[in-house]
Ligand binder design. Structure first.
Ligand code: SF4
Length: 366
């Protein structure tokens, strides 16, 4: 009885939000970009696209950490595996991401020592218990996951675990948003900013978006009500001509973020450029280990030659990660490319846009 009342109240609030959004018609299409794989999945799973008026166009950006890891990084890792006797630890989604000629999954089938882990703690524990092995943790992800990598690197340093390394492909979200805004091909009218990343960095790092580019931002939670409220914030800001960074996800996100986690990141890493799959090099969007910790850098220790990466010719992941195309505009979508047989990373990852469309929207796309 109580849950029926709660559902009715949620449905009522959703109806009100849809009504409120529909009342703000700017007379043109509004491209609202989410930059978080969990938002991408939530939008598709809950059918939010269909609830919105047709001029609200929800597009996905580079918010899936697996998807934005460059093909060069995959190929480099594969070369390390082929040339050195190492144990690799990685998150499961990375296993099937195609490199130019292979993947971690295929190499594991060929007998290479590649292990799925749920946390870098698994990797460092394995290294400590197996001092004869050289253990590499594949460190991917945004500001949300970086603090844990920092903690692990510090632990390896303090405990002199000298057979542990990280293959660092961490990336930072705000510089990527700036790169998208500087790209004249892409038209973005508002950002649904990522909830998880923002719990770490807070709302301040997005301030340049309304200040310099006059684009509204709403930091959103992950429930349908959160996302619709955030969309309402964005269209209202547009209508009022008053772009700013609004925090919808006030349950968790503070203006200053999480200073402890930020300090962890800054203790271990310094900012550098980084190459994003499909987008290319983005200044100041990556991290490198500070000199004190550089001996844990797998790329410095396990050097390889001849990494000549080539993206798949027909895969549109690059355009999808920039919000220029939708998965259904890729010729391979659901015909050649499926979650069982993915051609690009956007279909591999459980947070990828192509995977979200395949799972929830492939029969009802608009
Ligand atoms: S459907 Fe497959 S091939 Fe097409 S863009 Fe997505 S991942 Fe790439």
């Amino acid at each position: 009885m109580e849950s029926t009342r709660t559902n009715k109240s949620i449905n009522k609030r959703i109806d009100n939000l849809i009504q409120s959004i529909s009342q703000i018609n700017m007379g043109r299409q509004l491209n609202i970009m989410e930059v978080c794989g969990t938002h991408t999945m939530a939008i598709s799973r809950n059918g939010l696209r269909e609830l919105l008026p047709p001029y609200i166009n929800l597009i996905s950006g580079p918010g899936c950490p697996v998807c934005v890891t460059s093909i060069n990084d995959i190929d480099y890792l594969l070369e390390i595996i082929r040339n050195y006797d190492v144990s690799i630890f990685t998150f499961g989604d990375m296993m099937k991401v195609p490199g130019t000629s292979s993947s971690l999954y295929k190499e594991k089938s060929n007998g290479k020592d590649i292990n799925i882990c749920y946390s870098p703690i698994d990797a460092i524990e394995f290294a400590r218990n197996n001092p004869q092995k050289k253990v590499i943790f594949v460190a991917i992800g945004f500001e949300t996951t970086i603090p844990l990598t920092s903690v692990i690197v510090k632990r390896a340093y303090k405990q002199s675990i000298n057979n542990f390394y990280i293959y660092n492909a961490h990336k930072l979200i705000p510089p990527a948003l700036q790169a998208l805004l500087e790209d004249r091909e892409i038209r973005i009218d508002g950002f649904l900013c990522p909830g998880h990343v923002s719990t770490i960095i807070g709302s301040k790092p997005y301030k340049f978006i309304p200040d310099k580019y006059r684009i509204p931002c709403a930091i959103s939670g992950f429930e349908p009500l959160d996302i619709l409220s955030s969309i309402e914030m964005i269209v209202r800001q547009l209508k009022e001509g008053n772009p700013k960074v609004e925090v919808q996800y006030t349950r968790v996100v503070r203006e200053e973020g999480n200073p402890t986690a930020i300090k962890e990141i800054e203790d271990v890493f310094e900012v550098t450029d980084s190459v994003w799959r499909g987008i290319g090099n983005i200044p100041n969007s990556g991290l490198k280990l500070r000199p004190q910790y550089s001996r844990f850098d797998a790329k410095k220790v396990f050097k390889v030659k001849n990494v000549n990466s080539k993206e798949h010719k027909t895969c549109e992941c690059g355009n999808i990660l920039k919000g220029l195309k939708k998965p259904t505009q890729c010729k391979l979508f659901s015909k050649v490319c499926t979650p069982e047989s993915p051609v690009g990373p956007c279909m591999v990852s459980s947070e990828g846009t192509c995977a979200a469309y395949y799972k929830y929207e492939r029969f009802k796309i608009r």
